[in-house]
Design a protein around this ligand. Structure first.
Ligand SMILES: Cc1cc2nc3c(=O)[nH]c(=O)nc-3n(C[C@H](O)[C@H](O)[C@H](O)COP(=O)(O)OP(=O)(O)OC[C@H]3O[C@@H](n4cnc5c(N)ncnc54)[C@H](O)[C@@H]3O)c2cc1C
Length: 405
């Protein structure tokens, strides 16, 4: 049986775990041999995920870690096509992102962790986690690993949060998704918020893949799964013009946590990353949180090792300085707009083009998502210009209707 003592244990070999290990090595190469990554399952399995990787994550991975996610097999995406009722907007942005199957992405990232020199154990689930006098101990079937720091990247159902009794804090939702290999669509992400009208507090998505597309719906809770499924079929009919109720596709269900400042991000000697923190609410982007939180956690872990102080009280502050945080703050408004009338107003204001700067907030959002501009580029002038309704819009608000392009 293995009995290993390390500086850092990374628990979980999904994107958050792999990015964390790579960030640590990039920031302090001499630590490489003192990091271990433990993954419960075999490498190369698929996950329930739509696979949308933002241009920002691809760009930052190249800049900070020297890895080329854009070269992986998948479908290049040129923009976003948000919809609500009969309204729609098209924001085009080359390099907006890419849809990549998770078996491809996760496996690629884990290989890069190995290339960086970190020891990786796959098919090694942690069965017990407990604090010792000088660290955190993780028991597995291979043996026991003790680390001064544990980076908990064990996902939305992870053992670490369950062990600490922190799992139920924060909003969790269920998502339904299906793969539709026979259908095709343009290289844009369709996100349709119409389910709000049916009392589902979420949206339906349609993401093109290399072959076919994947579609799904968010906003599921224990009480509304039947409704969720029927609204999902309705959304497929509305957005793709297909009635698939007769030949129901294989539906997969998976929970997701929504990021909020109330979600616990640390405990003594333990830093949470990725789905242990959550996804952003407007597009459900989790990989952006994985990337940014892994960088913040790596910085925090190194600071702790240097100072021999493992309280991690500065980690929440560090998360607030991450690129995803201001975007999350803006998107958070969306979470509060589950009233159809308010959402209609929000949709119109963010997608209206008749403004002095000839840009909608959605256009700017696309450039931020693609990593083209930092959110700090958004000045008060942009917000004022994009969020002040024109006469035309005020007229259509009073008389009904909305933007259709
Ligand atoms: C239906 C759906 C669609 C989504 N679509 C998108 C999208 O298009 N774009 C996007 O950015 N995000 C999307 N997300 C969110 C995205 O999937 C997650 O944010 C992302 O997977 C989080 O990565 P992670 O590394 O934190 O967790 P995971 O990918 O879940 O990785 C956690 C890893 O930890 C391992 N593990 C768990 N327990 C243990 C243990 N005890 N011991 C050792 N290892 C363990 C697991 O095997 C797993 O590999 C979607 C989510 C859902 C549910």
């Amino acid at each position: 049986m293995v009995e290993e003592k390390k500086d850092v244990i990374v628990l979980g070999g999904g994107p958050a775990g792999s990015f964390s290990a790579m960030q640590l090595v990039a920031m302090r190469p001499e630590l490489t041999e003192s990091i271990v990554l433990l993954e419960a399952k075999r490498q190369g399995r698929d996950k329930v995920c739509a696979g949308g990787v933002s241009g920002r994550v691809m760009r930052r991975s190249r800049e900070q870690l020297g890895i080329d996610i854009a070269s992986l097999a998948g479908r290049d995406i040129d923009g976003l096509n948000p919809r609500f009722r009969d309204m729609e907007a098209k924001a085009t942005k080359k390099g907006f992102g890419k849809v990549i199957r998770r078996q491809v992405l996760d496996s690629f990232l884990l290989d890069r962790v190995r290339d960086a020199g970190v020891t990786v154990y796959t098919e090694t689930p942690a069965t017990r986690i407990h604090r010792t006098s000088d660290g955190v101990s993780v028991e597995t079937k291979e043996g026991t690993f003790t680390g001064k720091v544990l980076i908990a990247a064990d996902g939305v159902n992870g053992l670490t949060k369950r062990t600490l009794g922190l799992d139920s804090i924060g909003r969790k939702e269920f998502l339904y998704m299906a793969r539709l290999p026979e259908l095709d669509m343009p290289s844009r992400l369709i996100v349709d918020y119409t389910p709000i009208l049916d009392g589902v507090p979420g949206y339906a998505w349609f993401f093109p893949e290399e072959k076919g597309l994947n579609a799904g719906i968010t906003g599921g809770s224990a009480g509304n799964m039947k409704l969720l499924k029927s609204v999902f079929f309705k959304m497929i009919q509305k957005n793709l013009g297909e009635d698939i109720t007769g030949e129901e596709p294989i539906m997969q269900v998976w929970p997701e946590r929504f990021f909020s400042v109330a979600v616990p991000s640390y405990s003594e000697r333990i830093l949470f990353v990725g789905d242990n923190l959550g996804v952003t609410p407007l597009t459900g982007e989790g990989l952006g949180v994985c990337f940014d939180s892994s960088r913040a956690a790596a910085q925090e872990a190194l600071r702790a090792l240097d100072r021999n102080d493992y309280s991690f009280r500065t980690y929440p502050w560090r998360l607030k300085t991450c690129e995803f945080f201001p975007t999350w703050s803006l998107e958070h408004v969306f979470l509060m707009l589950k009233s159809p009338t308010l959402f209609r107003l929000f949709f119109m204001l963010t997608t209206e083009r008749n403004k002095p700067i000839e840009k909608t907030l959605m256009d700017l959002y696309c450039r931020i998502f693609a990593g083209d501009i930092h959110i700090s580029y958004l000045t008060a002038l942009h917000l004022m210009c994009t969020m002040t309704p024109s006469w035309k819009l005020l007229k259509s608000l009073v008389l009904g209707g909305g933007p259709k392009r």
